[in-house]
Design a protein around this ligand. Structure first.
Ligand SMILES: [Zn+2]
Length: 193
């Protein structure tokens, strides 16, 4: 899968580990739990990640990810968020906050400790917390304008006019499509995605 961390947020980068999940162009990065661990190790969101075992199946991991996608997709298209998706995500949200404590050291500084358990939960709980904070924030979350891409990203541009997840992945292709369309040349047969 042609993957790039373009979300601008841990949870969006996780959601974007699949693309076109509800059509024939479906692409999947998380083929198994070790693929998820490799993704996390290569991302900038985790430092010195040490994972022992899994503790959860890849199907459950994908269900969490696709639930988060559905929530965002419904919000984006101004549709009602499914009750089933809300219930499932709320269960994760509860679990993801159970391992958080505040503590005070000798210099009276208060810090937050995350005890995210074992296995891939060390990756998944921060993702769930990140998604929660993203939904609460007023950041501009957009979906890629390309017809062959449903990735989400935060638009951090000054003019809020970002259209594609990445110029390299989608922008150039869409510009080329428009160019050839204007010239009435059919490029459908040579497109790759
Ligand atoms: Zn895109």
């Amino acid at each position: 899968m042609n993957y790039k961390a373009v979300g601008g947020d841990l949870s969006l980068d996780f959601i974007n580990t699949a693309n076109n999940r509800y059509n024939q162009f479906y692409q999947e990065l998380c083929m198994d739990t070790s693929a998820l661990v490799n993704w996390a190790k290569e991302s900038t969101h985790f430092i010195d990640l040490k994972i022992k075992g899994s503790g959860i199946s890849i199907e459950e991991i994908r269900l969490l990810r696709d639930t988060m996608f559905n929530i965002l997709n419904s919000i984006h298209h101004k549709e009602d968020v499914s009750r089933k998706d809300i219930i499932l995500f709320n269960k994760w949200l509860y679990e993801a906050h159970r391992g958080i404590d505040i503590c005070q050291n000798d210099e009276e500084k208060v810090s937050v400790k995350h005890l995210d358990g074992q296995g891939v939960f060390i990756i998944l709980y921060p993702i769930v917390r990140s998604f929660y904070h993203l939904l609460k924030s007023n950041q501009t979350i957009k979906q890629c304008s390309s017809t062959n891409c449903d990735w989400f990203f935060i638009d951090k541009t000054k003019n809020q006019n970002k259209q594609w997840c990445s110029m390299q992945l989608c922008g150039n292709r869409e510009k080329a499509r428009k160019f050839y369309k204007n010239k009435k040349i059919d490029i459908e047969g040579v497109e790759k995605w």
